[in-house]
Write a protein that binds this ligand. Structure first.
Ligand code: SF4
Length: 412
């Protein structure tokens, strides 16, 4: 923040509560856990539940930061609306994030010390992005994989994993975002020299948050930002006592987001059904013969799109590589090659779908005719070129079809 007027406006929205832990809460570079205490509470009209605010501690393991980028682009709800606390029923979210927080260094890690000591003035939720790498491997050579601040008393490097160990028991909930945090992802692929794993594997099946919630997983590489935001909003409504716990499947995925396969809602599914397949990228038909795994992958990218309903894998011409699935990437390799199962299904689809497609084409020709054109045997359109209504066997077929269609009216 720069400039006197900006500083003044920053201060105008705050109350003077004195120094906390030696920090001035009116200093924009103070830890957010300190600054937040000086903020005015949101209007009562928005505070429909007991939680006025909640801290979101976002930590990172073996990650590319793609999950952060995806969530920053989310729109339902928007991150900025959560941070501003303007969504009725939801507490204001105070974000403590390794990348986008304003404070850095000791001021940032001070938030974590406050959380561990129970000094934050509201519950905290942990969101973890990236694989959990086995620090014992790095420690054997005197190093570490993921460092996050130092112990102020000794200067000892603290790892992200140590923070997870220290903060997990007191968290209101833990959300693993992305396939790396959920299942291990690319860092846990064959070879896996870091012994990477997902949050569930690390904390174990018996883990429950302080509010009794098992680990929530929002997989995807990168995940759909709205999948995270919508789930977080639903969880916050639950924590605020305004809604039941949302439904999760046996792997901790939001059931309403990951209950269907990509294929069922894919915009190209009609081509699959009629046995028409793309031969190269750029073709508009079904991509299964180019290696698409959509028929078996649980993901809602086809109906939700990537950002605000736009984009998405098949929508922009890409195959589904199974990035939301626990078996990704090993069980979907070699990526971009046709899967063995698709040969059987696409061959079957070519036979049955090919027949159905031809039948539909015949019906479509008839349905593109007015009753007058059919009776006249000619189309009065200047665009019709040499097109004429069906004759001979085709005409007999349509007549028989129409008789069946109108059988409840006596075949007329
Ligand atoms: Fe199914 Fe993939 Fe074809 Fe879409 S492109 S219809 S998901 S196989």
């Amino acid at each position: 923040m720069s400039g006197g007027s900006e500083m003044e406006s920053f201060k105008r929205g705050r109350r003077d509560v004195g120094l906390i832990d030696g920090y001035d809460p009116l200093d924009p570079m103070a830890p957010i856990g300190v600054r937040s205490r000086a903020l005015e509470e949101p209007p009562d009209t928005l505070s429909l539940g007991p939680l006025k605010k909640i801290y979101l501690i976002w930590m990172v393991g073996g990650s590319c930061d793609g999950c952060t980028v995806a969530v920053a682009g989310g729109t339902h709800p928007r991150v900025e609306h959560l941070l501003a606390g303007i969504i009725p029923g939801l507490p204001r979210v105070e974000l403590i994030h390794t990348v986008v927080s304003t404070e850095v260094g000791p001021e940032w890690t001070h938030n974590l010390f406050m959380a561990e000591r129970g000094e934050l003035d509201a519950p905290y939720v942990i969101t973890w992005e990236g694989s959990i790498m086995d620090e014992s491997i790095a420690a054997a050579t005197g190093g570490y994989w993921m460092g996050l601040g130092e112990d102020p008393a000794t200067g000892r490097q603290i790892t992200s994993l140590e923070w997870l160990d220290r903060l997990a028991p007191g968290a209101a909930a833990i959300i693993a975002i992305g396939t790396c945090a959920s299942w291990g992802g690319i860092p846990a692929a064959k070879g896996n020299v870091t012994n990477s794993m997902g949050m569930m594997d690390y904390l174990g099946r018996d883990y429950r948050s302080a509010f009794g919630v098992p680990i929530v997983n929002i997989p995807g590489c990168s995940p759909i930002g709205d999948n995270y935001l919508e789930t977080a909003a639903a969880a916050l409504l639950f924590l605020n006592g305004l809604a039941p716990l949302p439904e999760f499947d046996e792997l901790g995925r939001p059931a309403w987001l990951f209950g269907e396969t990509v294929h069922r809602h894919c915009p190209r599914a009609g081509y699959y059904e009629e046995g028409v397949f793309a031969e190269e990228y750029g073709d508009k038909e079904c991509l299964v013969e180019l290696g698409c795994w959509g028929p078996v992958v649980q993901c809602n990218i086809a109906e939700r799109g990537m950002v605000d309903g736009h984009g998405g894998c098949m929508q922009v011409g890409g195959i589904c590589i199974g990035c939301t699935m626990p078996g990704f990437p090993d069980k979907f390799s070699p990526i971009f090659e046709k899967s063995p199962g698709s040969m059987l299904s696409s061959t079957t689809s070519k036979i049955t779908g090919g027949f159905i497609r031809r039948m539909r084409n015949m019906t479509r020709v008839d349905k593109n005719m007015t009753a007058r054109w059919s009776a006249d045997g000619a189309i009065s359109s200047g665009w019709a070129r040499s097109k004429t209504p069906p004759k001979g066997a085709l005409k007999a077929f349509h007549k028989a079809y129409s008789t069946v269609q109108h059988s409840h009216e006596g075949g007329r």
